[in-house]
Write a protein that binds this ligand. Structure first.
Ligand SMILES: C[S@@+](CC[C@H](N)C(=O)[O-])C[C@H]1O[C@@H](n2cnc3c(N)ncnc32)[C@H](O)[C@@H]1O
Length: 227
């Protein structure tokens, strides 16, 4: 199925949010990282600027910076309105208000847009869609999946979750997924069956509490490691 820009709501988190969501250590950040579904997040720009090695894959990267900027401008007011309506689903501590949320997201997406042309040129932003990726086995040490799996459990089925994590394990030695909640801040129904599946096939699987919580109760990541 063709990936339509009109079906995406681009929304990007900051470098600091990625570090917190995935409990990234200095050692983790020295490795080669794959971001799956990074969209307009600032993680790739931030890590590259700090001398790290990261590639992001997202079907969004088939579009130009101008197209992505226009889509962000169209959808930001809708997301802000939705957040205002569901304000109780979020913890307003690390991000203290809706205005601060808008400022953090806008600055992250500006950092992404500023880095995007160079990143495309350098092969750091690659237009590919999970669950099938073109990278050879073991190309990266760590895969990060932020706000794609589990969050969209009403649209992405269990098969997609298992196939995507299997593919990321082929390409990377370890996969981390954040959050475990779906929209509406309730636990995704896919978490348990995903964990059961990867335990059964012999991978090391666990959840880890992290020092980041924005969706209320969303302070855990899934970690799957190839033994
Ligand atoms: C809510 S955004 C999250 C962006 C970023 N990870 C963050 O947390 O700030 C979800 C992203 O997943 C991307 N996406 C959707 N389907 C995908 C797929 N099959 N493979 C990879 N990325 C996908 C979308 O284009 C979008 O950029």
């Amino acid at each position: 199925m063709a990936f339509e820009l009109s079906s995406v709501v681009p929304w990007g988190r900051s470098y600091a949010e990625y570090v917190a969501m995935f409990a990234l250590s200095d050692e983790d950040l020295k490795g080669r990282i794959l971001g799956c579904g990074d969209g307009p997040a600032a993680f790739n720009a931030g890590l590259t600027g700090r001398g790290g090695s990261v590639v992001s894959v997202d079907p969004l990267y088939a579009f130009s910076a101008g197209d992505i900027r226009r889509r962000i401008a169209e959808t930001t007011p809708l997301i802000m309105e939705q957040t205002r309506r569901n304000v109780h689903e979020f913890v307003w501590e690390q991000i203290r208000s809706i205005d601060e949320l808008a400022a953090i997201r806008s600055s992250a997406m500006e950092a992404f847009l500023a880095d995007y042309p160079a990143g495309i040129e350098e092969g750091r932003y690659v237009a590919e869609s999970a669950p099938r990726l073109s990278f050879p086995d073991g190309s990266f040490g760590l895969a990060l999946v932020s706000h794609l799996l589990f969050l969209y459990s009403d649209h992405l089925d269990l098969r997609f979750h298992i196939d995507t994590i299997t593919e990321l394990c082929r390409v990377c030695g370890e996969v981390r997924v954040f959050p475990l909640l779906k929209m509406g801040a309730t636990m995704s129904p896919h978490v348990e069956p995903v964990m059961d599946h990867f335990s059964r096939v012999g991978y090391e699987v666990g959840t880890v509490r992290v020092a980041y919580e924005y969706q209320r109760g969303g302070n855990q990541m899934l970690r799957v490691r190839v033994r």
